[in-house]
Design a protein around this ligand. Structure first.
Ligand SMILES: Nc1ncnc2c1ncn2[C@@H]1O[C@H](COP(=O)(O)OP(=O)(O)O)[C@@H](O)[C@H]1O
Ligand SMILES: [Mg+2]
Length: 374
């Protein structure tokens, strides 16, 4: 069976205006923080987060004795760094391990192997109080704002819960009035009114609920936020508002983002650098501009050529990939992409290519590059 590769849920080419591919350009007053030129300066700075050889496997049990019959190799040996103040966009088709990677970094999902070093501290070794303290600094905004907010709780408790868990003598969050003040402040910083804290999630629209999700992350005054497809569940008309809000907040609070999305225009809009994932592996990482100029990995080329161009007149090289995404339970040997790669060579099924720097700051895992093959 031959199927064109389309980046996940946005398949089915609707007219550009009604798809998330056609994010409207930012309004003039909201634009300054989004200008790539202004964000370019960050790239020389120190890594805030270092992910080293991270693996997260999910055991699968089967048969009447519920024996372990295999593993889902959701994240398989990923090394990546996120520099202070930058937004690293992570793209790839649905099921390639983006969420698992984000959750493993925060230890919401326990990694199987590898290291996560945040601001010089190995997160894996942390327990009890020290883990709790680290959690305050690393937050997550979830994909679905409805299911991530408890419908039985007023907003004051939804946001206050995290504050209470992090309460100490210094912040005084054990006291209700201080907590309420902090909740009100964070609601205001996401453009909602303080008094909304008395309301329940169902009283808000989708966009407002995602703002509440962002306020919950912000309330703890984090340094780093994993944004896991934060606009995928929202109407197209409000996606850019929420994206601009996230960009403004990044400036205001000096945040660093790991920004997960399957929608390439979203990633291009917010990211300084981009990492491309395929079946649990990172296949290419580069600055946004370098990636736009040179898409090296055949998968990256296919992924981007399947997206609708911002300029409909632009001539696009169309790459159609054969086959379906293989199962992460039983990934292909060698390069995981070789079963669908239009440029496959004999060694691709035998030898796994490592992620190698081919230009300064541009890394790719493909036998076409390096070793003087190409
Ligand atoms: N808790 C889990 N148990 C078993 N398999 C899981 C679990 N969470 C995710 N997976 C599997 O891991 C792979 C990666 O999933 P995920 O990280 O959600 O991908 P993405 O966010 O890129 O869509 C998928 O094959 C998914 O089915
Ligand atoms: Mg996901």
């Amino acid at each position: 069976m031959t199927e064109p590769l389309v980046p996940a849920a946005d398949a089915g080419a609707a007219p550009p205006k009604s798809t998330p591919e056609a994010l409207p350009p930012p309004a003039a007053e909201a634009a300054p923080t989004a200008a790539p030129a202004e964000r370019a300066g960050r790239n020389g700075s120190q890594p805030l987060l270092q992910i080293e050889h991270l693996k997260t496997y999910f055991p699968i049990f089967g048969g009447i004795f519920r024996r372990k019959v295999g593993d889902v190799y959701a994240v398989d040996d990923v090394s990546l760094e996120v520099k202070k103040g930058e937004t690293l966009g992570l793209v790839g088709e649905s099921g390639c391990g983006k969420t698992t990677l984000g959750r493993s970094v925060l230890r919401l999902t326990e990694p199987t192997a590898g290291r996560v070093v945040f601001d010089g501290i190995d997160v894996a070794g942390l327990k009890g109080d020290r883990l709790q303290k680290m959690r305050r600094r690393m937050q997550i905004v979830f994909q679905d704002p409805m299911s991530s907010l408890n419908p039985r709780m007023p907003i004051s408790d939804i946001i206050g819960e995290g504050l209470l868990a992090q309460a100490d003598k210094e912040n005084g969050w054990a006291k209700r009035d201080l907590r309420d003040k902090r909740v009100g402040d964070s609601l205001e910083s996401v453009g909602l009114r303080r008094e909304y804290s008395r309301r329940y999630p169902h009283e808000f629209s989708g966009g407002q609920r995602q703002r509440i999700g962002i306020a919950r992350a912000l309330a703890l005054q984090p340094d780093f936020i994993v944004c896991d497809e934060p606009v995928s569940a929202l109407d197209v008309s409000i996606q850019s508002q929420v994206l601009n809000l996230l960009l403004d907040l990044r400036e205001e609070f000096e945040l660093t983002y790991l920004f997960i999305a399957h929608n390439l225009s979203v990633v291009e809009y917010v990211s300084d650098r981009v990492g491309v994932m395929y079946l649990g592996k990172l296949v290419e990482v580069a600055d946004l501009a370098a990636l736009a100029a040179n898409r090296l990995h055949p998968y990256t080329r296919a992924l981007f050529s399947a997206a609708l161009p911002a300029d409909p007149e632009a001539v696009q090289e169309e790459v159609i990939l054969a086959g379906e995404v293989p199962s992460p339970l039983n990934p292909p040997p060698g390069c995981r992409f070789h079963t669908r790669c239009p440029e496959v060579m004999p060694r691709c099924s035998a030898v796994e290519p490592s992620l190698t720097e081919v230009r300064p700051g541009h890394r790719v895992a493909c036998h076409l590059y390096g070793d003087g093959v190409h």
